[in-house]
Design a protein around this ligand. Structure first.
Ligand code: SF4
Length: 330
């Protein structure tokens, strides 16, 4: 069990999300893309777990799998004490209000033919019995909460800037008073100048409504700012998970070391000590990951055992988990 003094709102155990590959005239299953290949972590109530890794590592699929937007291949997901990993989609409806998602591209995720009011109201129409007047009031409150002028409720998303559209998406995600929100690259499509505003808004809302976040991003500097703990993903697996300060100061896993070495160090004294690690080679295909450790084809510290035996993901130091043979118990 992953110990932590706080209560876990979300528990994920050995979750796999494999997408079958069909080939030939008969469309026989000939393999699988192992987008998520056995991930385990807890997200504590009120915390922000950052999930980082290069594009294609499976982090967005992991976020969607945790919300059960997919039927997962295997594993367990517990949400607020209820196991939802194997619950049929038809029975997940009751759980949907408590778990929501903020998408990367507000442009693509908002229906251009609906007014802002209708977009934010839609979850209320689907999941509540509020009267029309109560819904109008709730929508206005939500617009206030995310810093949108309620006088613009009848406008269409196209009339808003990228940052404002993301605020609409956040208001919609908040409509049903969720406990848990997966933020999937919520600032990646926004101008740099407004990214910080949206992140600050997410932080304010977290405090105000007691939200728990899974914050998926390839922007390590932003994750360093917002996350309580950070998980690093590589080729469908979590290779390291630790408190933010610990991970950025002393990463254990060679991939985490390389990834974090690219982040500009704000402290000039530390900046001189950190050397950029450039990885050789390409990321292998998730449909054909290497035997043993999935990082063995690129790891600067690879050993013979790494090419044969998959390293166990375990607590190497207090509250610091890693999957690497360098830290095998002797
Ligand atoms: Fe590198 Fe081996 Fe550790 Fe994998 S197990 S990260 S190949 S040292």
């Amino acid at each position: 069990m992953l110990d932590n003094p706080k209560k876990a709102l979300v528990s994920v155990r050995d979750v796999k999300m494999h997408f079958p590959i069909h080939t030939g005239v008969l469309r026989r299953k000939t393999g699988a893309v192992k987008a998520v290949d056995g991930i385990t972590f807890d997200i504590m109530e009120g915390e922000t777990l950052g999930l980082v890794g290069e594009s294609g590592c499976g982090k967005s699929t992991a976020g969607r799998a945790v919300l059960r937007l997919y039927d997962i291949t295997s594993g367990e997901i517990t949400m607020d004490g209820i196991e939802i990993g194997s619950t049929p989609q038809s029975q997940l409806r009751e759980m949907r209000p408590m778990m929501q998602m903020v998408f990367q591209d507000p442009q693509a995720s908002l229906n251009p033919r609906m007014t802002v009011e209708a977009i934010i109201r839609e979850p209320l129409d689907e999941h509540t019995t509020l009267t029309a007047q109560e819904k109008r009031e709730k929508v206005a409150e939500l617009m206030d909460a995310v810093g949108l002028n309620r006088a613009f409720a009848k406008r269409y998303p196209q009339a808003f800037s990228g940052g404002q559209r993301q605020r609409i998406g956040i208001a919609r995600a908040l409509a049903l008073n969720p406990k848990f929100i997966v933020c999937d690259e919520p600032i990646a499509a926004l101008d740099v100048s407004i990214q910080a505003q949206v992140v600050n808004l997410l932080e304010d809302l977290q405090e105000k409504f007691g939200l728990t976040y899974l914050f998926i991003s390839h922007d390590l500097s932003m994750v360093r700012h917002i996350a309580t703990r950070v998980a690093v993903m590589y080729l469908g697996k979590i290779v390291e998970l630790a408190e933010r300060e610990t991970l950025f100061a002393e990463p254990l896993h060679p991939y985490a070391k390389a990834l974090l070495s690219a982040v500009p160090e704000p402290d000039p004294a530390l900046a001189r000590k950190t050397e950029r690690i450039i990885l050789q080679g390409d990321v292998p295909s998730p449909s054909n990951p290497p035997k043993g450790c999935n990082f063995c084809t690129r790891c600067p510290e690879v050993m013979d055992i790494c090419r044969e035996v998959e390293p166990e993901y375990r607590e190497v130091k207090p509250r610091q988990f890693a999957a690497c043979h360098l830290y095998n118990e002797t």
